[in-house]
Design a protein around this ligand. Structure first.
Ligand code: B3K
Ligand code: ZN
Length: 881
């Protein structure tokens, strides 16, 4: 177990290595418990480096078993080896030298799933961020780039497949049933992009011809028998390759591109050069076992990892502080890809929902950090929605500010200038400045200042002068370690919607620069005047979510209804509907909190139902309109002293009111939004299913019987409908015989399919209410539960702590105690997984006093007993911030 050094790494301390790595040559002799790794590394001392500086290499739980310098054994006094460093002294002043380092590692015992591990009979690696140092001593940092040659030797019967990065060089047989394969990756890369996979897997093959006419072999490796379920992933891969050529002008650069799906993986997927490794959840799909959301995720993640080939691999990060340089940019690219493949507005709505529910709480709590942090204690804890999703929003704002053409010019310049390099955020921003001639100095604060900016707007219309004046104020809340914030450059897209539904074109704008419909806010306060506005307009603010901010504007319901009906920006129509529903949800929660009767004015539901029934709108959008803000969204809007039970009760009352008011609409949607033919995962068909399933929920609420959902469960011919019917049944009628029967039949039917059994766990773990904890504890004893599989742990424990607000936040604190015990147990095996689960406590200070105190007690216990650096970092910050 890695011991906590408590050491904090600072961006300001960055300096290049004393030695330049020229080449890497690795030989693996695979064995489940004693794999021999021989690393031949050619270095030379960097120009200008101290001629007496030793070479310091990173390790993690390593044991050195041999060290040669230029093929000669090294004298003991010239080096010092510990499990986490190898220091070599008296090295040549300028000439290149070769170090041969031998280590013996135990892949079978590697339960952290970092470095080289073996599970379900497959050898697999995960090296980002600092896993390579668990394989051999190495300058394990992203600014050390070299070409790699890899030779893998293994038992042939158990491991017919021997894969690594780059192009295949050749292979052959050895005696005693062993064989070998050699790979060469000509593109210099950092160690975190290294990968090795060995074992016995099935393959799906295809090919792609690049824009310059080169043929690339495409291979997706999956467990034998699962090949048909990789067809959609292959299709998504080919579409991604084509899209990156057409939209970003980026071509693939090796003869082969491989994806391997594994079932034990800490994260979604990993972009290793030419050899992506995936959690099989994001590869395998067929209509019987995958939902529409699964298909959309597969498409997005296949694209994301593929896009990293340029944004991440060809141009990598100088240091881990620059993580958003590859992640934020690549998320932006995958968002754009999905928007082009599916419905742009619906995709945007889904992105913003996700940002608000995951990133906003992070940015408002003790774990808040800038998109580019300036210090860390454990880098694995910085693969966050702030780095990824807010990082993507920051890239999107650059595109909004510069416009499409200049953004493209800046991206081209970035690829041209930095190909083959390890770059920084400053390098990236400079390319857009050079391409556009604009100064992005103030804009760059988005990388360095944490916290979600609040923009408060008041409006005054002067009918006589036909002028609209806006007072706009921005504030950026204090976050841990950052109390004073400077005003940011906020691109605020807005529209003035007139009573007849048209959008006013002002004669002049004063008080802030405006390009197209985007107002550039740069000062703490602006007074902006629009002239030539014929009548008092409704103000549609932050259209398409042009900036990741919270807008505070006291909008009249009639204006929101106008926007919901007429805005040309569909995102804003959805936002208006949400804003119409929010006051009812908040009021209902407040009333429930005080134990008062909930009085509802449901006039807001008219706008929502009008959109739901509008045949001119795409069904997926209509389904989004029917999906009310979640309980977590309402908690965030309430902003403190939160009682999750009251929020739940209030939201239920609002849902019931909508269900009753809209009974006719939901009846007819349920009858008409039926499939056109057999199942197809395309976005339009998925939209119809989403709308019909939303109708199923509302109808069930209005009718208050399990009959309809039980019927839907019996008739479903695809996993989307089946899982939704099971969710409605079990969440609404957990004790009904229909629910027990459905859960049992689902389990029996899919007992052999781990990914579907994950859904079975997840649906049950999120059944609301006090009884959830007992159910989760019972499910932990189920024969399907497996504590060593991260997907399974996330589907039960993760679903409970992240997605069951009433169950987890039980008033007696039993949910928090359960989490603290789970964290301590999981931490002993897999610290990364444990640390991630503990981030479910990030909003604990927003809870009412009784729960907050119980949450604090549970955190203190974790702090007292924790072992790993990963969990210690999270628990310390969560308690302190
Ligand atoms: N780059 C990886 C994430 C690695 C996480 C390491 N703790 C996947 C991705 O973002 O594409
Ligand atoms: Zn990524």
């Amino acid at each position: 177990m890695r011991t906590d050094t408590g050491r904090i790494i600072h961006l300001a301390d960055y300096r290049p290595t004393d030695f330049v790595l020229e080449r890497v040559d690795l030989t693996f002799e695979l064995d489940p418990e004693a794999t021999k790794v021989e690393a031949r590394l050619i270095f030379h001392r960097r120009d200008g480096a101290d001629p007496s500086a030793p070479l310091v290499l990173d390790g993690d739980e390593l044991d050195l078993s041999g060290l040669l310098l230029d093929q000669m054994e090294m004298a003991r006094e010239r080096y010092t080896a510990t499990p986490d460093t190898l220091v070599v002294r008296d090295l040549p002043e300028s000439s290149p030298f070769e170090l041969t380092i031998t280590t013996i590692i135990n892949p079978q015992a590697n339960s952290q799933l970092m470095g080289l591990y073996r599970s379900s009979g497959i050898y697999c690696t995960q090296c980002e961020a600092e896993g390579f140092r668990r394989i051999t001593y190495f300058p394990d940092r992203p600014d050390v780039l070299a070409p790699y040659t890899v030779t893998i030797i293994a038992d042939k019967a158990a491991n017919p497949l021997l894969l690594s990065n780059g192009n295949y060089l050749g292979g052959g047989n050895f005696d005693e049933g062993r064989h070998f394969a050699a790979w060469f990756d000509p593109h210099p890369k950092p160690s975190y992009l290294f990968a090795l996979v060995a074992g016995d897997l099935g393959v799906v093959e295809d090919k792609f011809t690049t824009m310059s006419g080169r043929e690339v072999a495409l291979k997706i490796y999956v467990e034998h028998g699962k090949e048909p379920r990789a067809a959609y992933a292959m299709d998504a891969l080919k579409r991604s390759m084509k899209w990156d050529e057409e939209v970003f002008g980026r071509e693939y650069d090796l003869d082969i591109f491989m994806i391997v799906a594994v079932s034990d993986f800490n994260m979604g997927a990993m972009e290793n050069k030419g050899l992506n490794v995936f959690n099989d959840k994001y590869v395998l799909a067929d209509p019987e076992t995958a939902t529409d959301a699964d298909y959309a995720n597969i498409e997005a993640i296949i694209a994301h990892e593929y896009f990293h080939n340029w944004t991440g691999n060809r141009i990598t990060c100088r240091d881990w502080f620059q993580l958003c340089l590859k992640e934020g940019l690549t998320v932006f690219r995958d968002h754009e890809f999905s928007a082009d493949q599916r419905s742009r507005p619906v995709k945007r709505i889904a992105e913003v929902r996700h940002l608000r529910s995951e990133q906003f709480p992070e940015d408002a709590g003790p774990l808040a950090h800038p998109v580019r942090p300036d210090k860390y204690r454990e880098i694995n804890n910085f693969y966050t929605t702030t780095v990824y999703e807010k990082g993507s929003e920051v890239t999107r704002m650059i595109a909004t500010i510069l416009g499409r053409d200049l953004f493209k010019k800046g991206m081209d310049l970035y690829f041209e200038r930095h190909d083959g390099e390890a770059a920084t955020v400053e390098d990236f921003v400079r390319c857009f400045e050079a391409a556009s001639g604009r100064d992005l100095g103030q804009f760059s604060l988005w990388y360095n200042q944490a916290g979600t900016p609040h923009v408060t707007v008041t409006a005054d219309y002067d009918a006589a002068g036909k002028a609209l004046t806006l007072e706009i104020e921005q504030t950026v809340p204090a976050t841990p370690g950052q109390s004073d914030k400077k005003p940011m450059h906020i691109p605020l897209n807005l529209a003035l919607v007139l009573e007849d539904g048209t959008i006013a074109v002002p004669a002049s704008v004063e008080g802030a620069e405006m390009t197209g419909s985007v107002l550039h806010l740069k000062d703490a306060r602006h007074t902006v005047t629009f002239t030539g506005i014929p009548s008092r307009p409704a103000l549609s603010l932050n259209r398409s979510f042009s900036a990741p901010i919270v807008v505070r504007y006291d909008q009249k319901p009639a204006d929101l209804a106008l926007i919901a009906r007429h805005e040309t920006d569909l995102f804003s129509r959805w936002q208006a509907i949400t804003d119409l529903a929010l006051p009812a949800l908040k009021d209902a929660a407040r009333a429930a909190r005080k134990g008062e009767a909930i009085q509802l004015d449901v006039t807001f539901a008219d706008a929502l139902l009008a959109v739901a029934a509008d045949p001119a709108l795409e069904p997926a959008f209509r389904a989004q309109a029917l999906t009310l803000p979640s309980e977590a969204d309402i908690a965030r809007e309430l902003g403190g002293d939160n009682d999750p039970d009251a929020i739940h009760t209030g939201r239920e009352a609002v849902l019931t009111a909508i269900a009753r008011t809209g009974a006719d609409t939901f009846g007819s949607l349920y009858d008409t939004m039926t499939p056109d033919g057999g199942y197809s995962p395309d976005a339009a068909s998925a939209g119809r299913r989403a709308l019909r399933n939303a109708a199923l929920l509302y109808r069930t609420i209005a009718e208050d019987t399990p009959a309809l959902a039980a019927d839907a469960f019996a008739r479903a011919d695809n996993m989307t409908d089946l899982a939704q019917a099971l969710t409605v049944l079990s969440h609404r009628f957990p004790e009904a015989p229909e629910t027990h029967a459905a859960l049992a039949s689902f389990e029996a039917r899919f007992a052999e399919n781990a990914l579907v059994i994950d859904k079975w766990f997840q649906i049950q773990a999120t059944i609301p209410g006090e009884g959830a904890l007992a159910r989760v504890m019972r499910l932990k004893q189920d024969r399907h539960f497996n504590e060593n599989n991260p997907n399974r742990v996330r589907s039960l424990v993760g679903a409970f702590v992240f997605s069951n607000p009433t169950g987890f936040n039980r008033a007696d604190g039993a949910g928090y105690r359960f989490l603290s015990e789970e964290i301590l147990r999981i931490d002993a095996k897999n610290p990364q997984l444990a640390a991630r689960l503990l981030t479910s406590m990030r909003s604990w200070r927003q809870l009412e006093a009784g729960r907050a105190e119980l949450a604090r007690t549970a955190l203190v216990r974790v702090e007292r007993e924790v072992l790993s650096n990963d969990v210690r970092d999270i628990v310390d910050r969560t308690l302190k911030g």
